[in-house]
Design a protein around this ligand. Structure first.
Ligand SMILES: Nc1ncnc2c1ncn2[C@@H]1O[C@H](COP(=O)(O)OP(=O)(O)OP(=O)(O)O)[C@@H](O)[C@H]1O
Ligand SMILES: [Mg+2]
Length: 476
């Protein structure tokens, strides 16, 4: 495993925190920009309405004068005080009073503030900001003091523009301050709620990746109820699974080495046992004569099996060397060696004499030995008066079915689901948990399968199915 730590330093700008901060500032400014449009429009309308109110007062003063006439000096100071160029007051749609300088300028545009909606005033407001010369504009509105039906003023635009610019700058300064305050708050909240837990997750992943065999590095979920909590749970499950797998692999590697060592020395020991049993064959006793060939044959098989394991040095089985195997004698052989171990148990074989399977003789014997040995161990863990191990076999089309039945206590529920995996063994059986894994692998190599058909307090039934090879014609 790569033990050198990856470059995991993330800068403030490129990191999640920096991005969150940048985006919040951007969005708050955007929000402020959207609010700015109606507020600048409103500012313009209010500014003009103030002028109109002042112009109305000027008009009222003029009305109070005798004959509604004022001299030029008073008129100019009234207009100047109101901040407008000219005023006209209308009564019943007639201009009843006009206050204007001697040589008024040219009016360039007229605005009617009566009944204006705010959205229609946004565009004229922005137009003011982009004017390149000081226009004279006409503004019509209802007089605030209701002295007539309408009031009309002429006013220069640049004072309005200057006021709008300084208002805009004030708003901008406020927006900047506001956006940083809001962004800071959002940043702090997001940092706490999202970024930190995320950093915890990623730093845990890196720590675990460096030493996945260290169980203390598995993440401890914080118990939060959101997507991050879910991610923590999933990560925990994944890390535990990985840890388990790694342990199994380590164990397998160690076992592989052990198997090689054991096979090596065991082969030597068996070779000397073989020499002795050869001598035993010469003894003229009838019982010795009956068992000695079997003993020699099993020793032969054991030695050649060990040789195979050593030569190939791998856990994988050789491909089956298939031939027509008579099932009945094979079952008899298996029973015979079991009978020596457990004379009390009844062994019953129901195999048609002519039944032949298209299989590797050695491997089929190993499968049956494993299944019957398991059955024997199960029975012995709970002896009853009428214990039995039965093997029956039959042909079904192009398949041979071999059924092994026992009266043991059944497969412990804890390992039922993963029975055919390596190292799945009930603690009390004292086995390595490889027997069924090997048997299933051998059956699969034949294109067949090994299954538990039934398992209860009353006993267990395994079914082995061995199909014929394609093209291997056979008759019952
Ligand atoms: N016929 C059976 N009845 C009850 N339990 C069984 C039976 N066959 C298998 N088992 C259970 O399944 C487990 C796995 O069997 P398996 O043959 O793979 O391993 P093992 O017998 O424990 O060890 P070994 O590698 O020495 O065979 C056994 O430990 C046993 O608990
Ligand atoms: Mg076993």
């Amino acid at each position: 495993m790569d033990s050198s730590p990856r470059n995991t330093r993330i800068g403030l700008i490129t990191g999640l925190s920096g991005k969150v901060l940048g985006l919040t500032v951007l969005f708050v400014m955007l929000g402020e920009g959207l609010i700015f449009m109606p507020s600048i429009a409103n500012f313009r309308v209010q500014w003009l309405k103030t002028r109109i109110a002042q112009a109305e007062i000027a008009a009222l003063v003029t009305e109070a004068a005798p004959d509604e006439m004022v001299n030029a000096a008073l008129r100019d100071s009234l207009l100047k005080g109101a901040g407008v160029e000219a005023v006209a007051l209308m009564r019943e749609d007639k201009r009843s009073l006009v206050l204007k300088p001697d040589n008024p300028g040219m009016v360039e545009e007229t605005f009617d503030l009566r009944g204006g909606q705010y959205y229609t005033s946004v565009a004229p407001a922005f137009a003011v900001l982009f004017q390149n010369h000081d226009r004279l504009i006409n503004v019509i509105d209802k007089p605030p003091a209701m002295t007539g039906s309408a009031i009309e003023i002429a006013v220069h635009e640049w004072p309005l523009r200057d006021a709008m610019i300084s208002f805009g700058l004030r708003i901008l300064a406020l927006s900047v301050v506001l956006s940083f305050i809001v962004a800071g708050l959002i940043f702090a909240a997001l940092n706490r709620v999202l970024v930190r837990p995320m950093q915890r997750l990623s730093s845990n992943m890196m720590a675990f990746a460096q030493r996945p065999e260290d169980l203390s590095r598995v993440i401890a979920p914080s118990g939060r109820q959101d997507e991050l909590g879910l991610a923590e749970h999933e990560l925990e499950a994944m890390q535990r699974q990985l840890h388990g797998l790694l342990q199994e692999k380590t164990r397998l590697a160690a076992l592989g080495l052990a198997v090689s060592k054991v096979s090596h020395d065991l082969r030597n020991m068996l070779t000397s046992a073989q020499l002795i049993s050869d001598r035993l064959g010469e003894v003229k006793d009838a019982r010795v004569q009956r068992f000695a060939p079997k003993l020699i044959a099993s020793l032969d098989r054991a030695i050649s099996f060990l040789n195979q394991t050593l030569t190939y040095g791998r856990a994988q089985e050789l491909p089956p060397r298939r031939e027509e195997v008579a099932v009945k004698p094979l079952v008899e052989d298996v029973f015979e060696s079991l009978r020596l171990q457990a004379p009390r148990i009844r062994f019953s074989g129901q195999v048609p004499p002519g039944l032949k399977a298209d299989a590797d003789r050695e491997q089929l014997a190993r499968i049956l030995t494993n299944l019957t040995r398991n059955a024997l161990q199960a029975i012995e863990s709970r002896p009853q008066t009428q214990d039995e191990i039965a093997i029956s076999a039959r042909r079904k089309g192009r398949e041979v079915l071999i059924i092994v039945r026992d009266t043991g206590p059944g497969i412990p529920p804890a390992i039922r689901g993963k029975l055919f995996g390596a190292f799945q063994s009930a603690a009390r059986s004292g086995g390595t948990g490889l027997g069924l894994a090997i048997s299933a692998e051998l059956a699969q190599a034949h294109g067949g399968r090994l299954e538990v058909v039934e398992s209860s307090e009353a006993g267990t039934v395994f079914e082995l199915c061995l199909p014929d090879r394609n093209g291997a014609a056979r008759a019952e």
